[in-house]
Design a protein around this ligand. Structure first.
Ligand code: FAD
Length: 304
């Protein structure tokens, strides 16, 4: 069943996020990860879009390849950064021609060195504008991003929610969260969204922590809050145990979200499979994401 239909019918989806690597070693790791992830039979895999369109063709090629070779539905991320409407139209037409059915429509972050986002003179300033553009054609299902602890540039949670509502009104059909570690913040945000008339399914973006150094980076990049209790849990033991504890933490976080009606779990796998695989196995062991179909068989080799 296409994952959008699952989301609509209230069946939780399981998905993974990958990014196009920058070098040959990264591609080798990615192909191994893709093979491992395909065994986990996710509902879909999404592929990020590099800042400033730096991975433009790589994103399009990779989503098409995953779909063709692994038989797994995909979603391409797309940002407004540096693109005119004509360029965006071209990318969207290429995606549609390649048989991709889903796009995550984003504004994107300012390119390195720029302090604020500057739209292309013939482009879009906000994700909601891009969503409206996509809605007008292409036959693609549209997702968007949300920030349970507020987008870093947003004046308030309330203004962020008003713009999320605008994304829905413009045509977004589901929304995926920025990483977060405190479910209470997520539930508070979701309740406010429901009160504001946002009815699209909420998918939780979950980041398995691999080491403690990552936490400062996550905070700087996304503005997410780091609960002291999580740091204490992750630090309680040998440094080499942090990744295992990260899996335990993420498993509990997902289990709680699934009990509380989350529409889907989206694992930020960072092109690595071990933690994501263990979280998936743990959740399956707890009765979530039953495997109802045979694992898809690649039609071609998934090697570079
Ligand atoms: P918007 O919805 O446009 O929001 C940006 C800011 O503007 C917010 O503060 C919002 O409150 C405000 N705003 C929104 N609409 C309006 C309006 N009409 N008027 C005034 N203010 C407004 N980045 C990448 O470069 N590549 C990726 O592949 C990528 N994937 C992501 C996947 C997920 C699940 C998430 C959560 C983020 C991802 N990002 C990615 C990061 C994202 O591009 C940044 O967080 C970016 O800063 C905001 O994007 P947005 O789509 O939420 O923007």
């Amino acid at each position: 069943m296409p994952f959008i239909d699952k989301l609509k019918s209230g069946i939780p989806t399981l998905s993974f996020e990958l990014f196009p690597p920058k070098n040959i070693n990264g591609w080798a790791t990615l192909y191994t990860t893709m093979a491992e992830i395909s065994k986990l039979t996710p509902d879909y895999i999404s592929v990020t879009y590099g800042a400033g369109g730096s991975t433009r063709s790589k994103t399009v090629d990779l989503v098409a390849r995953i779909q063709d070779e692994l038989g797994i539905e995909t979603m391409a991320h797309l940002t407004c950064v540096g693109h005119s409407r004509d360029e965006l139209r071209d990318i969207l037409q290429t995606l549609a021609k390649a048989g991709i059915r889903n796009v995550l429509a984003l504004r994107g972050d300012p390119p390195k060195g720029d302090s604020s986002f500057k739209p292309h003179p013939d482009g879009f300033a906000h994700a909601s504008d891009l969503i409206g553009f996509i809605k007008g054609g292409f036959g693609l299902q549209i997702g968007c991003a949300f920030y349970p602890e507020k987008h870093m540039e947003a004046a308030s949670i309330e203004s962020d929610i008003a713009f999320l509502k605008l994304k829905q009104d413009q045509g977004a059909q589901f929304t995926i969260s920025q990483l977060f570690f405190d479910n209470a913040n997520f539930y508070r945000f979701r309740d406010k969204c429901h009160a504001a008339g946002i009815t699209m399914p909420f998918v939780a973006g979950i980041m398995p922590v691999l080491n403690l150094n990552q936490l400062t980076r996550f905070k700087e990049l996304s503005g997410c809050l780091i609960p002291e209790s999580m740091v204490a849990f992750l630090s309680d033991g040998k440094p080499e145990d942090v990744a295992r504890r990260g899996v335990d933490f993420a498993t509990e976080q997902c289990q709680d979200l699934l009990k509380n009606g989350i529409a889907g779990i989206h694992l930020y796998s960072l092109n690595q499979s071990p933690s994501s695989a263990r979280i998936t196995e743990n959740l399956r062991g707890l009765g979530h994401f039953p495997v109802t179909v045979e694992a898809p068989k690649p039609s071609k080799s998934a090697k570079p």
